[in-house]
Design a protein around this ligand. Structure first.
Ligand code: PMP
Length: 361
């Protein structure tokens, strides 16, 4: 029987967590002189002289309703990047335990592992950017404490087959983290429902993408309540600021703009994909369930520099495995996408001119 407590590092199992003032007294009172705050006020107003709720109860209530999960299965972090780092700190014994990742994928898994001095095993995705199950099963062992599956995957954009995720959940002795940062753009549902069945599943989501709050830094982890409790014991006491909690609460209370933007992003993604697909110097536009497209060019370096000269920045992913010649392009506003398309049309004209002049010589 899987027990997340046993999986945690020995020192974390024994840890007596810091108990903050707001943690020790969470009720209401008339006079708060227990936390060494500035009782006079805040230059910014909005109650910012007071520490925020360390366990983000109001926000969790709304997330719980939105996701159909109980609040004790929700962790709120300073971005989902905080949850990634905490998972290493809670579960991986440095220089002994290992993590398993499936490149090309989100770069922070490897960086967080390196920061925590944890070795990483890699099994590349297949040419369809799906999990290579036989090799994954081969690489899983008792030291594999964390397995990261990004779905929809960054930078490829596709979702990972649910059945394959379940196979990894069944085979792994450690935690399987399914990073769903881009799930709101996907036609496939979240795997959060699987938490009931698989206590080794951790699902990451974020307010940074579809919810439009990348600047606020609010990320979510959903898991068995014992996993969440371990993360809460190790996180800094006030890890999510009061303004960050408030804007996330506002977004969840009034999600209509978010739905409208999501529709717009999907419409723009389709238009951009169609446009890119007919350019002669584009070799592939990969299927995307996210708010970006991975695009393979005949000469990505030249296109990248050409766009940069026109003050358009895309993400160069050429050095990632299986991403030779690829740039990752985030879906922008209609106006931004038109600027991109105009520049690429200009590039196409120049390439054609160059080809024609070569032909004439
Ligand atoms: N996971 C994936 C797959 C991402 O692409 C990103 C951000 N680029 C994150 C997590 C981190 O998100 P957050 O802003 O919530 O830290």
């Amino acid at each position: 029987m899987f027990d997340p407590i046993v999986l945690a590092r020995r020192n974390i199992q024994k840890l007596r967590p810091y108990s903050s003032a707001r943690h020790e007294f969470a009720g209401t009172a008339d006079v708060y002189i227990d936390a060494n705050e500035n009782s006079m006020g805040s230059p910014a107003g909005g109650g910012l002289n007071r520490y925020p709720d360390p366990l983000q109860s109001d926000l969790k209530k709304l997330v719980a309703t939105a996701k159909g999960l109980s609040a004790d299965r929700i962790f709120v972090g300073n971005g989902s990047d905080e949850a990634i780092d905490l998972l290493f700190r809670v579960f991986c014994e440095p220089r002994r335990d290992r993590a398993l990742i499936f490149p090309p994928t989100y770069g922070m898994y490897k960086v967080a592992a390196a920061i925590n001095d944890v070795a990483v095993d890699e099994v590349f995705l297949t040419s369809e950017f799906q999990l290579d199950l036989p090799n994954i099963i081969d690489r899983l062992n008792a030291e594999t404490k964390l397995v990261f599956i990004c779905s929809p995957n960054n930078p490829t954009g596709n979702s990972i087959r649910r059945d394959d995720i379940v196979t990894v959940l069944q085979r792994a002795e450690g935690l399987v983290i399914v990073d769903e940062a881009y799930v709101d753009f996907s036609v496939f549902p979240s795997v959060t429902r699987l938490i009931d069945e698989y206590p080794n599943l951790v699902v990451l989501q974020t307010f940074s993408k579809a919810w439009g709050l990348a600047g606020a830094r609010v990320g979510l982890a959903f898991a068995d309540e014992r996993v969440i409790s371990l993360l809460n014991r190790v996180k800094p006491p006030y890890n999510v600021s009061r303004p960050a909690q408030n804007v996330a609460i506002d977004a969840l209370s009034e999600p209509s703009n978010i739905d409208k933007w999501k529709e717009e992003i999907l419409t723009e993604r389709k238009a951009l994909k169609a446009f890119l697909g007919q350019l002669t110097f584009v070799l592939a536009v990969y299927p995307s369930d996210a708010n970006f497209l991975l695009v393979k060019f005949t000469d990505a370096a030249v296109v990248y520099r050409f766009l940069l000269d026109r003050r358009i920045v895309v993400r160069d992913r050429r050095s990632e495995p299986l991403c030779e010649g690829c740039l990752r392009i985030t879906v922008g506003t209609r106006h931004e996408n038109l600027l991109l398309m105009n520049s690429l049309t200009e590039f196409a004209g120049r390439t054609n001119d160059a080809a024609a002049s070569k032909f004439q010589q």
